[in-house]
Design a protein around this ligand. Structure first.
Ligand SMILES: NC(=O)c1ccc[n+]([C@@H]2O[C@H](COP(=O)([O-])OP(=O)(O)OC[C@H]3O[C@@H](n4cnc5c(N)ncnc54)[C@H](O)[C@@H]3O)[C@@H](O)[C@H]2O)c1
Length: 355
């Protein structure tokens, strides 16, 4: 049996990550693609050899007509909620791109709907499938650094021109193998819900919650758009449910050709961990002078961008657990929403309560 997957949205990320993953997976069939943009749709159909009777302009029509076990939604942020809802209403497993939704109530509704329908909802965070990430998570869960008291995270990425509606300069560095991102997808706050927060802090925050098990309860933040219509640099301080405090910083200002940074420093009552995700280096400083360096991770394994689609196939075939569940997606949507509220209102806000 093959997993029959429908793909909604054939822009940059679907054609760069999900469709190649499905095409290469011997247990998957691309059972339908849907996109209202005729050029993106045609290029995707051609590149991934999707027969004409499986190509749709309208996602609703694909969901009504195609024989599907699961779907992938990779559309601009403002459309995540309605299209994910349509997939879940059909009782299909779903891989939904990050951020799960812009607004927290929509995320909570989707998580509840997936549960009610008895289907898995994966949120598209490739780092959650990185082997070092899982090893660091396990070390913390095993108590190797005691109780976490302080964390800091730095995430700096090459995004500024996407926020300016000018994706072309990043063609090589971001790999537009079939379709480039839409001009407004990341630049128009009505569509994206924000800049670095919605597009990048969503990654670094979700990964922090996955690795540490910490849950944020309150947030203070400053965000800065500089010349853009959306935030480029975000500085966040947060308190967690166990009393720990932490800081997350992020900017989209790294220039093409320069190294991006994703770096965690996690301090516990019995040790600390230095984890440079982008360099594939993780060092655990534990009790009794223990210094344990995890095996280095080859560059090509650090951002496993095919892993979420492969996880979806495994779930359909009943041979895998959800590696990036909706509960984490909801928490992260609530956290990002709290960042924007805290920055706008210049006060400390509670996560989830008001959003
Ligand atoms: N996980 C990651 O690392 C990662 C990386 C890049 C993008 N993303 C996410 O993927 C999603 C898509 O981003 P992108 O860069 O591919 O955007 P994009 O602008 O390149 O593509 C979006 C596509 O959705 C299509 N679309 C619009 N309305 C639609 C509808 N009603 N039905 C079907 N298709 C519709 C557009 O025509 C376009 O082809 C976003 O949520 C983004 O945050 C995730």
């Amino acid at each position: 049996m093959s997993a029959r997957i429908g793909v909604i949205g054939c822009g940059w990320w679907a054609t760069r990550a999900h469709l190649p993953a499905l095409q290469a997976n011997p247990d998957a069939v691309i059972a339908g693609i849907a996109d209202p943009d005729p050029e993106n749709r045609a290029r995707a159909a051609e590149r991934f050899a999707v027969p004409a009777d499986r190509v749709y302009a309208d996602a609703g029509e694909m969901l009504a007509k195609a024989e599907l076990d699961a779907a992938i939604v990779a559309v601009p942020h403002d459309l995540h909620a309605p299209l994910a809802r349509a997939v879940l209403d059909r009782g299909l497993h779903l891989l939904l791109e990050k951020p799960m939704t812009i607004r927290p109530p929509d995320a909570r509704v989707l998580a509840a709907l997936a549960k009610e329908r008895g289907v898995e909802l994966i949120i598209g965070y490739p780092w959650h499938y990185n082997r070092q990430v899982l090893a660091v998570r396990d070390a913390i869960a095993d108590g190797r650094i005691g109780t976490i008291e302080y964390v800091s995270c730095q995430f700096a990425s090459i995004v500024r021109e996407l926020y300016r509606g000018n994706p072309e300069p990043y063609r090589d560095v971001l790999g537009y193998s079939v379709n480039p991102p839409g001009l407004r997808t990341y630049a128009d706050p009505e569509i994206s819900g924000g800049g670095q927060g919605q597009t990048q802090v969503t990654h670094s925050a979700a990964l922090l919650f996955l690795i540490t098990g910490l849950r944020p309860v309150s947030v203070a933040a400053m965000t800065e758009p500089f010349e853009l219509a959306v935030d480029l640099a975000d500085a966040v301080v947060t308190r967690f449910d166990n009393g720990a405090v932490g800081s997350l910083g992020s900017t989209g200002s790294v220039l093409p050709g320069h190294d991006e940074i994703l770096d965690y420093r996690i301090f516990g009552s019995a040790g600390h961990i230095l984890f440079d995700v982008n360099e594939g280096v993780a060092v655990i400083h534990g009790l009794h002078g223990e210094v344990h360096r995890l095996p280095g991770l080859p560059a090509e394994e650090r951002y496993p961008d095919w892993a979420p689609a492969d996880n979806l196939v495994d779930i359909v075939l009943g041979r895998g657990a959800n590696g990036s569940p909706a509960s984490l997606g909801v928490l992260t949507v609530e956290f990002v929403d709290a960042i924007y509220r805290a920055a706008r209102e210049a006060r400390t806000v509670r996560v989830g309560a008001e959003g």
